[in-house]
Design a protein around this ligand. Sequence first.
Ligand SMILES: Nc1ncnc2c1ncn2[C@@H]1O[C@H](COP(=O)(O)OP(=O)(O)OP(=O)(O)O)[C@@H](O)[C@H]1O
Length: 351
Amino acid sequence: MRLRIDADKKLGSFSLEAHADVSGERIGIFGSSGSGKSTVVNLVAGLLKPDKGEIFLDDESLFSSSKKIDLSPEKRRIAIVFQHSMLFPHLSVKANLLYGYKRCAIENRHIKPESLIDLLKLKPLLNRGVKHLSGGEKQRVALGRAVLANPRLLLMDEPLSALDDRLRFQIIPYLKSVSEEFRIPYLFISHSLTEMQLMTEQVLVVSAGRITETTTPERLARNRMAESPKGYLNLLRLANPVLQNGLYLYRWGTNSLCISDGKPDEESLFELSSREIILFKNHPEAISARNLLECRVTEMFNSDGRVGIVLSANGEKLVAEIVRAAADELDITPGSTLFAAIKASSFSRLL
Ligand SMILES: Nc1ncnc2c1ncn2[C@@H]1O[C@H](COP(=O)(O)OP(=O)(O)OP(=O)(O)O)[C@@H](O)[C@H]1O
């Protein structure tokens, strides 16, 4: 998918000047509240009309003020999933799901309802009304309804922000697998760096009504390390722990990690802040932290006065964060060997 946007829009005292040319299947739009993310999405979807400019999806013009083109939202074949599921309250789950499908031209009906219902595990809910579904169930139905309209682009405008943390991370695999399975590219809007890392391969950064940067989620996370409340977030997927002295012992590549909060038998997703990793130049004799990993420094980067140390522990990557003075004192350079100490309680389980 290629999206080219060169569009201006004034809304009261807010003015958006959006210029970007981006290609990929999983694109993020990242920015703080009020920066203009939803306005960009609404312009692409055709829910808002630019004052002037051009918007192309692949080679098709969706909007052109000079050529007087303004495709209706239906003709654009772009579906949106919003923060609140916005299901039709008087219709059953099944009728909600089939709403867009029935209105989709027969030649565009590539996705079969049964396969989508299976993938989203919606079968047990089909005949229920939507009022009493949980938040996560509602978002799965909203996603299903959007996808069954057989769009060529899916816009997800903060689809997870109304859900609590556990649910957010339960829904993410559904969002990704639906897009992969049915080959629908998406624009994913969020102000969460973790969601950007899990959901996207490229990110447009929106700030004060401008698209200021096109970057990768990794570069974005590194750049924002110093200003983010939890620094750089290392995300680790670990499975099948062994319970040992009240702690969960996980294999992580060829390493072992001791974690306070695990989940027997299943895969879990853990978040580890770069600020929770203590670095030692030499092997510390006796420490209380349950994890001590011998690591090699593969890269270093700056983020507003803090130094990110990219570590390899037998090939597994971790990012630690220290102040410049500590990096100088320890004489850390790429290639250095360090010991990383991490408390078992420093890993927080997202899923
Ligand atoms: N119809 C409108 N009239 C006037 N101002 C508006 C209108 N719609 C949006 N705005 C303003 O435009 C700015 C950008 O809004 P937008 O919803 O695009 O931001 P956002 O980045 O999506 O924010 P959030 O993350 O909070 O949803 C905000 O300051 C908002 O108040």
